[in-house]
Design a protein around this ligand. Structure first.
Ligand SMILES: [Zn+2]
Length: 279
């Protein structure tokens, strides 16, 4: 019955917009709940670089048991932990890290930006100061963030060569089976001298990326990769070498440079990958 209803809603092209609306409502309720319950922690400590609120602690997010096992064994930097969501605006740690890096390291004002799977806070910030094109393979899912979110398959982009100055894809490569093809496409649509910020969950412990094209089952994917819609866990060195294969020159930002952003309750030790297209 559930499957039939889903198929029907998909045929009517309203399944993902409904999911988007549902997600937006849940986030709104969560925000109200945490604004109330965390009011006692207000004041010193972490600061949210989106809403400027400060709290002694932020809202944690820990993975469920099968996910935790796979992430812990492989020491994956995946964004879980003690201080993930801002209790005031619900921005996520990975959005705060990117905002800090973009504000301090990237000339983004008035630039043309292709933003994959736009995350609300980062998208709203960029959209006021640059020309942002929001896209996703399931654009309906992003209707509550921006109704203009367009369809885009990262492995076969419908944009002309050299269309954008900046591309942002915050945690999408781990979802894409043909990831090197997606990296090549992103390189193609960037203008010479442009850059892409392509964050993924990764492991510095792994020597080889964990992936198996024959595994196509959410339960197994969750157990093996730490999320039911992921198709791999990247070994850091392999991830960087795939980006190089696609033509990028990589700049890896790490501590101590990123340590100064700890005040924004970012994921500790997460590196940032700035991928340059040469002039
Ligand atoms: Zn906030």
């Amino acid at each position: 019955m559930k499957k039939v209803a889903k198929r029907l809603l998909l045929q009517m092209h309203i399944y993902h917009p409904l999911q988007s609306f549902y997600r937006g409502s849940i986030n709104f309720s969560k925000k109200k709940y945490y604004q109330f319950t965390y009011s006692k922690y207000k004041g010193k400590g972490f600061i949210c670089n989106y809403c400027k609120a400060s709290y002694e602690k932020f809202v944690p997010e820990y993975p469920s048991q099968p996910i935790e096992e796979s992430l812990n064994i492989n020491e994956v930097i995946a964004g879980y932990g003690a201080n993930v969501y801002c209790p005031n605006c619900m921005s996520k740690n990975r959005e705060r890290l990117l905002l800090a890096v973009i504000q301090n390291r990237v000339q983004f004002k008035k630039k043309s930006i292709l933003h994959f799977s736009p995350e609300k806070h980062l998208y709203d910030f960029l959209n006021t100061q640059a020309i942002v094109s929001p896209v996703d393979i399931l654009p309906g899912f992003y209707q509550s963030i921006d109704r203009s979110t367009a369809y885009a398959d990262a492995t076969n982009l419908l944009f002309k060569d050299e269309s954008f100055e900046i591309v942002i894809a915050n945690h999408i490569m781990e979802h894409i089976p043909e990831d090197i093809q997606a990296m090549k496409e992103i390189h193609r649509v960037l203008k010479p001298g442009g850059l892409a910020i392509l964050q993924v969950p990764y492991s510095e412990k792994l020597k080889k990326t964990i992936e198996d094209p024959f595994i196509n089952n959410p339960i197994e994917q969750e157990k093996l990769y730490g999320q039911k819609d992921h198709v791999r866990i990247y070994a850091l060195n392999d991830y960087l070498s795939r980006l190089k294969t696609a033509g990028f020159k990589i700049e890896v930002l790490a501590n101590p440079e990123l340590e100064v952003y700890k005040i924004y309750a970012i994921q500790e030790n997460e590196k940032v990958f700035i991928c340059h297209k040469e002039k």
